[in-house]
Design a protein around this ligand. Structure first.
Ligand SMILES: *Cc1c(COP(=O)(O)O)cnc(C)c1O
Length: 446
């Protein structure tokens, strides 16, 4: 490392800029060519070392190249284990199903059938929406403000972000967006508001097949739904025969502490979407869990070529060993407390920024009301060798999402880098705010 602790990786992305579509995004935020990674450490081609507070957007809860999974995976490959199998029965899939039943479902007294859709989160969401419509005969789905459920048309219709919605190019139909918990202020009960809309024949909102909700909005600004709100939402669903879908694609697999994010709230979803870290090793995999009575699919009615990613099943099975006792969850809780304390002390150091703490578990962040500041903070973090991204429609939250397996010393080290980044970006933003907006310089970043 040279240049006063700042990393050097300029001008290395020429080939990507020449050949790869303008749609690329993360390589713009993290402009380096990465070579290898282990646990929470990433190396680029120039030999720069990074600490990972991004964890593959939640796909790497167990870190990069997790040693336990790697061993199982390599052995499976060397034994010519089945790699691709559509949805044929394989030993690897059988072992996963067995483990999922014994380690996840049984101890939680959860009775669900398991569907393997295509291996992405959005595919699990599409499957849930289809099944909700098929089983209720209703077409409308309720989503929430600032929700994120994926990029395919059905999932996009229940996603809040305007920029992403516009990309659809067609009207996004058969869905209505309702205010999430806290959207109308801390005192407003938005479930009561939703119930009004459903009861009022003048509201323009037809009775929905399902409500789809995240317990904590990972992409939409780390807004957290309260326990009471989720309970009331569940009660409303029961009252009107509406199915409750929990999208646990990002918050599941321990991100907020327990295996399922909704466990502490005592709710019982009709369907649950999982992806991102369910494959354990960062390999593509998704699950849609449904109450047995909802399983009215015809054979192949929703299918996909890559439902049988056996390499992911091998790693996913090993990943579930983290959940065999309560130890891992306890560790996550300890690290979450540490993270919360440190983030709150960073916020307290810069009162002029009027920043705000957000999150739950190892999904926390700092919301900055100053436009562009969270992005600046993440840019500064990257220059210091810390990989983290923003969250929120206006990218207003600097989001801390390390692998759940990170050790406390590395977590603290990253938080020191974050504090330095906030200090640097805050100093610069003060200067920028002095620039006259009328001169067209307001909001310009140097
Ligand atoms: C990432 C995400 C999705 C979409 O998953 P993809 O694998 O990108 O399709 C859906 N819902 C939530 C909550 C997510 O975070």
């Amino acid at each position: 490392m040279t240049n006063g602790g700042l990393l050097q990786s300029e001008g290395t992305l020429a080939l990507f800029e020449e050949l790869e579509s303008e749609v690329r995004s993360y390589c713009r935020s993290f402009p380096a060519v990465f070579r290898k990674a282990l646990d929470w450490t990433v190396w680029d081609r120039e030999g720069n070392v990074y600490l990972d507070f991004f964890a593959g957007a939640g796909a790497l809860n167990y870190g990069h190249n997790n040693a336990r999974m790697k061993e199982k995976l390599v052995r499976y490959l060397l034994e010519d284990g089945i790699s691709h199998s559509l949805d044929m029965a394989t030993e690897a899939k059988e072992r996963f199903l067995e483990k999922f039943r014994d380690v996840i479902l049984k101890p939680r007294r959860m009775n669900y059938k398991i569907m393997f859709p295509g291996p992405t989160g959005t595919n699990a969401v599409e499957a849930a929406l289809k099944l909700a419509r098929k089983s209720t005969g209703r077409t409308n789905i309720i989503g929430f403000t600032n929700a994120f459920h994926g990029m395919t048309l059905g999932a996009l219709a229940v996603t809040g972000n305007k920029y992403k919605r516009q990309g659809a190019g067609v009207p996004l139909q058969y869905a209505a967006s309702m205010p999430y918990d806290g959207y109308l202020g801390a005192d407003a009960d938005t479930v009561a508001y939703l119930e009004n809309m459903l009861n009022d024949s003048g509201s323009g909102v037809p009775m929905p097949a399902a409500v789809i909700v995240e317990t904590l909005q990972g992409e939409g600004g780390l807004n957290a739904a309260g326990a009471g709100w989720l309970k009331r939402l569940e009660a409303l669903c029961r009252k009107y025969g509406i199915l409750l879908i929990i999208d646990d694609v990002q918050m599941g697999c321990g991100r907020t502490g327990p295996f399922f994010s909704f466990e502490p709230f005592g709710i019982e979803p009709d369907m649950i979407c999982l992806s991102k870290s369910i494959g354990g090793y960062g390999l593509p995999m998704a699950l849609m869990l449904m109450k047995p009575e909802l399983d009215i699919w015809g054979p192949g009615e929703h299918n996909g070529t890559f439902r049988g990613n056996n390499l992911a099943f091998v790693c996913a099975t090993e990943a579930l060993r983290y959940w065999e006792d309560g130890e891992f969850e306890k560790e996550i809780a300890e690290k979450s407390t540490l993270l919360e304390g440190e983030l709150k002390s960073i916020i307290a150091r810069f009162p002029q920024l009027k920043a705000e703490w957000r999150g739950r578990g190892l999904m926390q962040g700092i919301a900055f009301p100053t436009e562009g500041l969270a992005e600046d903070v993440c840019r500064e973090a990257f220059r210091r060798g810390l990989i983290m991204e923003t969250s929120g429609t206006d990218s207003e939250v600097a989001k801390v999402m390390p692998p759940l397996t990170i050790d406390k010393a590395s977590l603290k080290r990253g938080l020191r880098l974050l504090a330095d980044s906030v200090e640097e970006a805050a100093g610069r933003s003060r200067k920028i705010e002095l620039l006259p907006k009328a001169a067209g310089l307001g909001g310009e970043r140097i």
